[in-house]
Design a binder for this molecule. Structure first.
Ligand SMILES: Cc1ncc(COP(=O)(O)O)c(C=O)c1O
Length: 424
């Protein structure tokens, strides 16, 4: 009995997993650096748990690879990194709530600043705490989301200059187009930004880093790139949209699950909620222990493909919360326990997250961010990943291939011991 419980435990741990290749991350960062050119710093954007890759491990690894700063979306994300022992500059790219500002200031987290009200509040708060707050003035040149208008920017820079508890650490804008420099809208944004910078330079108000570009602009060779680029998706190995000549990135995340059940079905057999798919021929259906709660886009139902045994197999029926079904009638030798890859690499084969996003009618950002809490992150690469505080350095995770083999053996033992119930 105890042995059987052990088998169940081992299977449960790997229902679904995301392999994060930290060496691929380092190589992608090197490509970003080459594209950006000498003298341009790299800020790695690690918001939303590093786009689902695990912010602490990714941040430690990227800092070892030489990135100069980290960008986050919320103050909680910044504090998580500080708690994990990260001392590098961290910028909250968007905005923080008033209530969150004291913790940011105490922990030396830099904040993007958008308005006079916020400038006043931060100046008063920093004075009360006996600190100097490092801020980046964010200028809205066309995204229309956050940031001071170009017409207000100079007045704000003058206010910051007069605020003895504020230090201007940068001037930034964010570009709206996924086509980067190929889009005239990007050039218009840069022109507006440039206009503010020139006036600010004349009045000697420019301090810190000037930064504007994210992945799309870096990989379309936008110029100027100023002092720093803020890159997220490109470092994780994907592009926001198809961009000519920019396809040498490597996927960092491979999102995979396994076959937990197999059954042969007759023509006409309905599969999944709503019976939206019916077998057109006698075929074999594999059920996978992963669903939309784990990050498989629901829209991939009857649309997507996966990699199994070096071949593509179609997703059939709707994706459900915990399970997904695929047609493996054309894939010989499929067994319970086989690895199934939704995006990323499986040996020499790949499914690009961009392709999966197109099929699901979404963007690659959403797919990696949606990889859920039930999904085991397995860090691979030549260095030891750091996933918690410095005192919580994990031993290297065993290579997933071996792990999957162990799971497969355990499942076979289980199958041999149990009465057959529908699987071949
Ligand atoms: C302000 C800001 N800069 C940079 C980035 C990074 O963008 P990307 O992942 O396209 O490189 C983001 C991400 O949304 C952002 O909000």
């Amino acid at each position: 009995m105890p042995r059987r419980r052990a088998i169940f435990c081992c299977v449960e741990a790997y229902r679904v997993w995301a392999e994060i290749d930290l060496d691929a991350l380092a190589r992608n960062l090197e490509r970003v650096r080459q594209r950006a050119g000498p003298g341009v710093a790299v800020m790695l954007v690690v918001k939303a748990d590093a786009y689902g890759h695990g912010a602490v491990a990714v941040a430690h690894s990227a800092l070892r690879a030489g990135v100069e700063a980290l960008g986050v979306g919320t103050s909680a994300e910044a504090l998580e990194l500080r708690k994990a022992g990260i001392r590098a500059p961290i910028l909250v790219l968007g905005t923080v709530l008033d209530e969150e500002a004291p913790a940011c200031l105490r922990h030396g987290v830099q904040i993007a600043l958008h308005s006079s009200d916020r400038r006043r509040m931060l100046q008063q708060l920093a004075r009360r705490l006996g600190l100097v707050a490092r801020v980046h003035l964010k200028i809205d040149t066309g995204l229309g989301r956050l940031g001071a208008s170009p017409t207000r920017a100079l007045a704000l820079l003058e206010e910051i200059e007069r605020s003895d508890h504020l230090e201007l650490a940068g001037i930034m804008t964010h570009l709206a187009s996924p086509l980067g420099a190929l889009d005239p809208a990007t050039r218009l944004q840069i022109k507006r930004f440039q206009g503010v910078l020139e006036s600010a330079r004349q009045r000697r108000l420019v301090r810190g880093w000037i930064h504007a570009a994210s992945t799309a602009s870096v990989f379309t060779d936008l110029r100027p790139l100023y002092d720093a680029v803020r890159v997220g998706l490109g470092a994780y190995g994907a592009l926001p949209t198809a961009l000519p000549g920019a396809s040498d990135l490597e996927p960092v995340m491979s999102f995979a699950s396994q076959v937990v059940f197999l059954k042969d079905v007759a023509p006409g057999t309905p599969i999944g909620y709503g019976g939206t798919w019916r077998a057109a021929r006698p075929t074999r259906i594999a059920t996978l222990s992963v669903g939309y709660a784990d990050g498989v886009a629901w829209r991939l139902g009857n649309q997507g493909h996966v990699l199994i045994r070096g071949q593509r197999a179609p997703i059939v029926g709707m994706v459900s919360m915990d399970y997904t079904t695929i047609d493996v009638g054309d894939v010989p030798g499929v067994c319970v326990g086989d690895r199934v890859t939704f995006f990323g690499r499986d040996g020499a084969q790949r499914i690009a997250v961009e392709e999966v996003a197109r099929r699901a009618g979404t963007i690659p950002y959403e797919l990696t961010c949606a990889v859920g809490r039930r999904v085991e992150r397995i860090y691979v690469g030549s260095e030891t990943p750091v996933r918690g505080s410095p005192s919580d350095v994990l031993t290297p995770v065993p290579p997933p291939g071996r792990e999957v083999e162990r799971v497969r053996r355990a499942l076979s033992a289980l199958a041999a011991a149990a009465p057959r119930s529908g699987g071949p």
